[in-house]
Structure formats: C-alpha cells, structure tokens
Design a protein around this ligand. Structure first.
Ligand code: SF4
Ligand code: SF4
Length: 157
C-alpha cells in the first residue's frame, strides 16, 4: 500500500467487522479513515433549523490533491477548533459527518464500501470512486466567509 499516506500495515484482517469503535487500537482507529477529505470542508449551519449545508470551501490545511491535512500531527497549532473524532464523542458529530464517512458507517452498523482503502488495498480507490474531494475544493484563504453560501455543494457519494 505504498500510495497510502495512512499506515494500514499489520492490522488484524477485517477488524472493523468484529471490533466496536470503542475497542479499536489507535492504529485501527486511524486506519478507518478513508481519506476522502469531506470532514475538512467548511459547513454552514442554519441557526433556526439546525440544518447543515456542506461547502467546497476547505480548511486552510487541506491538500486538494491528496485530500489529507497538511499538518495533521500539529494541526491544532494552526486550527485550534479542528475536531478530534473519538469513539466516546462520535455521537455528537453524527449530524454533520459525511454520509460515506467510515466512522459513521461503523457507528451505524453498516459495512464499508468496496472503495475503502482497507478493502481495496489502495488509497487511490477513494478518489477513483468519485467520493473524495480531490480537485474539488477552494481554500478558505481565497473565499470570504460571507461568500461561502455560493459554494454550497451536495456531498459526492
Ligand atoms: S469524512 Fe470520515 S472517512 Fe472521510 S476523511 Fe473525514 S474522517 Fe476520514
Ligand atoms: S486542521 Fe487538518 S484535519 Fe482539521 S479540518 Fe483542517 S485540514 Fe482537516
């Protein structure tokens, strides 16, 4: 899996089918991420209805090519409010997590898609399936907050 920025080596075969999120090791938890980049998009929340709209205006640290965070280990130095998803609090984030997010799927007791790198064995399969944000984002550096409404998109699924 040399093209994969996430280390998915040495994991128990199909561990996500038998291990609850709360029981996963750190490596297993991290490997669950499919690398779609959709959780790093800015969202607009309607204060009255609570409805969340997705935009293609991405966090300043998201790399549009790899769909990975450019500074993941030290990202909070630059983006203090970046969420750290974990098994104890994931339920609080279900209202905005992308429909295809692997953490959502497992939380809901659903299987991973065939394009997930854990199944395909290749990180690029998420991009080839058209469900990632590769080449689809604008940096928040370039789009003023008040214009984000013009960049609302449907989640690629
Ligand atoms: S939406 Fe979920 S699977 Fe996709 S990059 Fe974010 S955490 Fe990973
Ligand atoms: S800091 Fe990194 S992980 Fe957090 S939203 Fe931005 S790109 Fe994504």
């Amino acid at each position: 899996m040399s093209d994969d920025p996430i280390d998915r080596s040495g994991l128990r075969p199909r561990y996500w089918e038998t291990t609850p999120l709360k029981k996963m090791s750190t490596a297993e938890w991290e490997a669950l991420c499919d690398g779609c980049g959709k959780c790093c998009l800015n969202k607009l929340e309607d204060e009255e209805t609570g409805e969340v709209a997705l935009t293609c205006v991405a966090c300043r640290l998201l790399d549009d090519e790899t769909c990975r965070c450019g500074q993941y280990p030290i990202r909070h130095q630059f983006v203090p409010d970046c969420i750290t998803l974990d098994a104890a609090t994931i339920h609080q984030h279900m209202y905005w997590l992308p429909q295809t997010c692997a953490y959502r799927l497992i939380y809901e007791g659903r299987p991973l898609y065939d394009w997930h790198p854990l199944i395909s064995g290749r990180a690029d399969s998420v991009h080839e399936a058209g469900v990632s944000m590769r080449h689809r984002t604008y940096s928040e550096y370039d789009i003023a907050d008040e214009d984000w409404e013009e960049y609302i998109i449907e989640e690629p699924t």
